[in-house]
Design a protein around this ligand. Structure first.
Ligand SMILES: [Zn+2]
Length: 742
């Protein structure tokens, strides 16, 4: 699964720190498992802002499209004050709801909660954007100060007894049956998220949960800042051109450009991020340099220095286990899975263990192919982890006559962006037009208005922040600045896609790899999920769905990259303008399952370690030893390392969002593979009727219905693993039909 992408980071309150991150406002304790718990208002300091002092970040957004975020108005030093002011406003709103004299009703409590915390939500958009894309020493100090305060605020809400009593009364009332299905689901989500955060605990347990959450928030921030520091500091500087042997021109140009920004003009710098490391490992003919670059990358957070994350991990695991126990769950994994599509750790493990042996045996074949080829070329040793990408590329050439460098000239970033727009138009009837009257956080960011083609109606706005820069987290992700809603008037969504493409020479088109193109489509899939949202209440909108369902729309969209219709129009050569030759497209198609053993094992080993760490309970865990022992027991091939080793596993340790949840990508991909078959079994990828079913039951519904039901409505059946195994080129014999679930 090369298309897995990194995530936003630790700063979101209860956020989904995944590649799809809808801003998760503190107040809306939602289905995110351990989002929030409890604390006392007494621990919150008084708001320091003078009442008359107006900060533009506290105001409603103005300008076109129902208002847009005034990014140019942000002053880092005012973050603390505006966050505290937003909290204070929300505190008053909650107090008003909790103390309403009238008996609790859906309108005066649940709907009222949907309308609270608007100011803090807006403020947190800026905070999230700065954390993910404009980070630096000054901001990091603020993050460290604010993380525990934000956690405490979240707990303050879920531990508000008067408020919870009202929610509970509505949840238990026979009148609930009179509400719309969407309203009933919102009541269920509110109620369960409060309970899961500790609303029913006694005072002492609530206090402890709150303490745990605040400590965890600080640990997440430290973890995340340590990884970022190791990505920025452990670089490889290349002094001589001869040391670039094997690297294609685009990789050389990117490395030279990075050196220039670091004041090392004339040299080449390989930064310690995935987008920089992977091409180097694929092409460099220098064993020693590949080893050096690889070691830097897999050692992030694991260097035994002040930035080492292993002790932080031990403490995080211990606190999570204690919290789960307090909340009445066997382990943190049981807590995390309960409201996801997977439901139990056992089911998630079952799915992973079903795929693992096939993936490992494919790796054995891949390694044998590579070893034979390497021996012929004179290699006198066994394939090592820093060799895998290099020799895999050679095997690809030998077996499929396919060279990544032959493909790249046809993959221009801007053309592919146009291609994504075209797919969105074909499938969902969206049109995109650039707008210039909107403030952006950095000159690299571009903004597009999205409209419905048939009605001409405004749908939302899409921000595109494509390039790497200092202070921006690595990887790619989608985030929402505003959720779609309509319960108090029509509000359209604002979404953004972020990635880390390295700018090449000025004025030249940026050529990207096939797997980067897949990632581009993946993130755009999240954006379309957000843009298609058609719900009443913001807490249920867009990508605010179960975490093992949220990767389904995004992974599905990747499939349209390789459709002949798209390649014909948009995969055009950057010099000749000619479309990708049919033979080349056919070779790509034929090689689609190539190296899937590597991709699946690299991913699944991370997902299995994640789950096992969180099933271990409150034992003392040494992160290094646990990883080694678990991988040994699994029979991890020695030629591969985990895609995210424990000390750099930000999905899991920079926040709660994907903890015991990294399996979600596999879970979602099971749906993805099966769902794409709905198209191929009909008239093909652009079948309008299937696309309409997809929009109606999957992309537009947010979390207004149970995802398993939504999927069944789209597909007419549950997804088994056959399609997934086939998609990855694994033996399908014995792939079990998975039981349907409720
Ligand atoms: Zn994603």
């Amino acid at each position: 699964m090369r298309n897995i992408v990194l995530f936003v980071g630790a700063s979101t309150l209860a956020g989904l720190p995944a590649c799809a991150s809808a801003p998760e406002p503190a107040p809306r304790a939602t289905s995110t498992p351990t989002a929030s718990a409890a604390s006392s208002a007494a621990s919150i300091p008084a708001v320091p802002t003078a009442p008359n002092e107006k900060n533009p970040l506290l105001e409603k957004w103005t300008g076109p499209f129902g208002g847009v975020p005034p990014f140019a108005q942000v002053k880092i030093e005012s973050f603390e004050a505006v966050i505290l002011a937003g909290m204070d406003e929300q505190r008053r709103e909650i107090d008003a709801i909790a103390k309403t004299p009238a008996a609790p009703t859906f309108d005066n409590t649940i709907a009222a909660m949907e309308d609270m915390g608007r100011t803090l939500d807006r403020v947190m958009v800026f905070y999230g954007v700065w954390a993910a894309t404009m980070n630096g020493a000054e901001f990091q100090a603020i993050e460290r100060a604010m993380a525990p305060k934000l956690a405490a605020f979240s707990d303050e809400i879920t531990q508000n007894e008067a408020l919870f009593k009202r929610i509970e009364a509505i949840y238990n009332s026979p009148d609930k049956a009179k509400l719309t299905p969407e309203q009933q689901r919102l009541v269920w989500r509110r109620y369960t998220s409060f309970v899961r955060a500790g609303a029913k605990l006694d005072a002492a347990a609530k206090k402890r949960v709150a303490e745990i959450n605040q400590r965890l928030a600080s640990l997440y921030t430290n973890f995340s800042q340590n990884v970022l520091a190791d990505e920025e500091n452990y670089i490889v500087v290349i002094e001589k051109e001869a040391d670039l042997e094997g690297l294609p021109e685009s990789v050389r140009a990117a490395a030279a450009a990075v050196a220039k920004t670091k004041g090392m003009e004339g040299k080449w710098v390989i930064t310690n991020t995935r987008s920089s490391v992977e091409p180097f490992l694929t092409y460099s003919t220098r064993d020693d340099l590949r080893e050096k670059v690889w070691k830097n990358f897999v050692s992030r957070g694991d260097n035994g220095d002040a930035r080492d994350n292993k002790k932080i991990i031990s403490e995080i695991l211990k606190l999570r286990a204690e919290r789960a126990k307090l909340l009445g769950y066997e382990t943190h994994a049981h807590l995390g899975l309960e409201n996801a599509m997977g439901k139990t750790p056992e089911r998630a493990m079952g799915r992973m263990e079903e795929v693992w042996p096939a993936a490992v045996s494919r790796v054995r074949e891949e390694v044998a192919d590579m070893q034979a080829l390497a021996n012929k070329a004179g290699l006198k040793r066994k394939i090592q982890p820093w060799d895998y990408r290099f020799y895999a590329e050679k095997v690809r050439k030998a077996k499929y006559n396919l060279d990544e460098n032959e493909v790249k000239p046809y993959l221009q970033l801007e053309k592919l962006r146009e291609g994504m727009f075209w797919v969105a138009e074909q499938l969902f009837g969206f049109t995109f037009a650039p707008v210039s009257n909107v403030e952006v956080v950095h000159p690299d960011v571009r903004v597009f208005e999205v409209k419905d083609k048939s009605s001409g109606k405004h749908v939302g706005i899409w921000y595109f922040d494509p390039y790497a820069r200092k202070g921006k987290r690595s990887g790619a992700w989608m985030t929402a600045y505003r959720m779609q809603e309509r319960f108090k008037g029509e509000v359209t969504t604002i979404v953004s896609n972020n990635s880390n493409f390295v700018k090449g020479k000025e004025g030249e088109p940026i050529l990207i790899s096939w797997s980067d193109a897949q990632t581009l489509f993946h993130e755009f899939g999240h954006a379309l999920h957000g843009l298609s949202s058609n719900v009443t209440y913001p807490s249920l909108a867009g990508t605010r769905v179960a975490r093992d369902y949220v990767e389904f729309p995004s992974q599905l969209l990747e499939h349209w990259l390789s459709t002949p219709e798209l390649l014909e129009k948009f995969a055009v050569h950057y010099q000749t303008g000619k479309p990708m030759p049919k033979e080349l497209a056919a070779k790509i198609e034929k090689a689609a399952t190539f190296n899937q053993g590597f991709g699946t094992v690299e991913y699944l080993s991370s997902a299995l370690v994640d789950m096992k760490l969180h099933l271990a309970g409150d034992k003392d865990i040494d992160a290094g030893a646990f990883e080694r022992d678990t991988l040994k027991a699994l029979g991890m091939p020695s030629e591969i390392v985990m895609r995210h080793r424990t000390p750099q596993f930000s999905h899991v340790f920079a926040g709660d969002g994907y903890s015991a949840g990294y399996y979600s990508y596999l879970w979602s991909d099971t749906l993805t593979a099966d769902a794409y078959n709905a198209f191929t079994e009909a008239k093909g990828p652009y079948d309008a009727a299937v696309a309409e079913r997809l929009r109606k039951h999957v992309f537009s519904v947010g979390d207004t219905i149970d995802p398993a039901e939504g999927y069944r409505a789209f597909r007419g059946k549950d997804a088994g693993t056959e399609a997934l195994m086939k998609k990855r080129g694994f033996v399908t014999k014995g792939a079990k039909k998975l039981a349907g679930k409720k």
